[in-house]
Design a protein around this ligand. Structure first.
Ligand code: IPE
Ligand code: IPE
Ligand code: MG
Length: 231
């Protein structure tokens, strides 16, 4: 069977999961972290090489201060609590997104965890944080323009391979499988360049209910797809 080497997930539906239970939204995010831990372990078990999780979009900054603060607090404890799991299983963590908008403490924690896990290669775990794909592309265009202006590269030399080097995801292959939970049929500014030929799988389950058996089902469904890449 065809196993995806890179799975990307839009983890959606924490708020609705909480609302169903008459709980505050933050409790949905807390339950969502349990799914993150479960899915990371499942990816190790299924020998997935790259996992990219959409945790916080540039647009999510529009949410209430309280929710944003709560989300970042949960993320901080996730990094503190899971460092052992990363060491024990060879998980390399990378955060992709606009770090400039994160507060200094969380930024430091991210840098420390990235440094500590930089030598691992069993599972590459990318977490998209303050991430927006259009901003990522614009950022690449700006950097490349500077290189052109300095005469380090000619405009005609810029091809897909070189362009991808300027994205936050440099060094990672494109996702083979894109999963979105909670039934929404949209990409919400996630990896627009990178998902050109990804297989898409949408489940109606809310993210806090998405666990190893659900991932297995998505991988099995992927295994049945015929990827043609336009050929
Ligand atoms: C996904 O759940 C988590 C983030 C976007 C941070 P939501 O918070 O979007 O949950 P819903 O979509 O309101 O149910
Ligand atoms: C996408 O979910 C972003 C993340 C999962 C982090 P949203 O809930 O923000 O997306 P929309 O608003 O439904 O498009
Ligand atoms: Mg949502």
């Amino acid at each position: 069977m065809n196993v995806p080497s890179h799975i990307a997930i839009i983890m959606d539906g924490n708020g609705r999961w909480a609302r169903r239970r008459a709980l505050p939204r933050i409790m949905g995010h807390k339950a969502g972290i349990d799914s993150v831990k479960n899915i990371v372990k499942a990816c190790i078990k299924f020998k997935i090489e790259h996992l990219t999780l959409y945790a916080f979009s540039t647009e999510n900054w529009l949410r209430s201060r309280k929710e944003v603060k709560g989300l970042f607090r949960l993320l901080g404890s996730f990094l503190d609590n899971e460092i052992r799991l990363f060491h024990d299983n060879g998980v390399r963590l990378r955060i992709i997104g606009d770090r400039g908008r994160l507060d200094a403490m969380i930024r430091q924690k991210i840098e420390d965890t990235e440094k500590e896990t930089a030598g691992y290669e069993t599972l590459n775990l990318n977490i998209a944080l303050s991430y927006g794909s259009r901003q990522e592309i614009l950022n690449a265009v700006r950097q490349l323009s500077r290189e052109v202006k300095k005469g380090r590269i000619r405009p005609d030399e810029i091809d897909e391979k070189i362009f991808a080097e300027y994205l936050y995801t440099k060094g990672s292959p494109d996702p083979d499988l894109l999963i979105r939970t909670s039934g929404e049929m949209r990409v919400s500014n996630f990896l627009l360049w990178q998902i050109s030929y990804s297989e898409i799988y949408v489940t109606s389950k809310f993210w806090p209910d998405f666990r190893e058996p659900d991932l297995k089902k998505a991988i099995e469904e992927y295994g049945k797809r015929e990827r043609r890449f336009g050929g």
